[in-house]
Design a binder for this molecule. Sequence first.
Ligand SMILES: [Zn+2]
Ligand SMILES: [Zn+2]
Length: 197
Amino acid sequence: MTQCKTCSRCQEPKPIDQFGPSKQTADGLFRYCRPCKRASDNRSYAKHRDRRKPVRHEHYLANRSAYIARATAAYHADRNVVKRRAREWAEDNPERRRQIRLESQARRYAIDPERKREVWRRRHAAIKRGCSVYPFTSAQLEAKVAYWGARCWMCSAPYDAIDHVKPLAKQGPHMLANLRPVCTPCNTRKRDRWPLL
Ligand SMILES: [Zn+2]
Ligand SMILES: [Zn+2]
C-alpha cells in the first residue's frame, strides 16, 4: 500500500510523492501537497512581484549557465514534465502569458516591419481572391530568393519583386512553391499571363 499524507491546505490525503521536501517538518515533507504549494508560492510571488523579480533575475544572471544546464537536462530527461510545467504556469498566469506573447510578437515585428507588412499584404490579397494559402515564414521566402541567387528567374537581372509564377488572378496558390524573385520589367511584361507559353 502506498503511504499517504494529508495536505494541510486542501485536506486531501495524497501519496507521499505528491509532497516536496522540507527541513522544517518531522517527516521531512512539506505541509502542502505539490499543487497547493505551487498555488501558494505563485500567490506569494505575485503579491511581492515588484520586490522579488529583481532578486530572482539577479540570481539568474549570476548563475545563468547553471539555470540553462538544469533546464536542458530536465527537458532531455522528460520533456513532458517541462511542457506540463509551462502549461501549468500559463494557466496560473494568463495575463502575464498574454503580455509575453505580445512582447515577442512586437520583437519579431520590429526585425523588419516593411517586409512583414509586405508578406502580410500579399497573403491578404490571396485570401481575398479566394486563392489557396499555405503559410510560410519570411526566412523561408528569403531562402527561396537566395536559391535563385537573388536574381530574376526569367532574365537573371537583380530581382526587386516577388512573382507568383501562376498569378493570383488565375487562382495561383499563395505558397512558397509558387513564388520566385523577379525584376520589375519582366514582372510588368508577364502581368497575369497564364499559362506562360
Ligand atoms: Zn493540497
Ligand atoms: Zn527579369
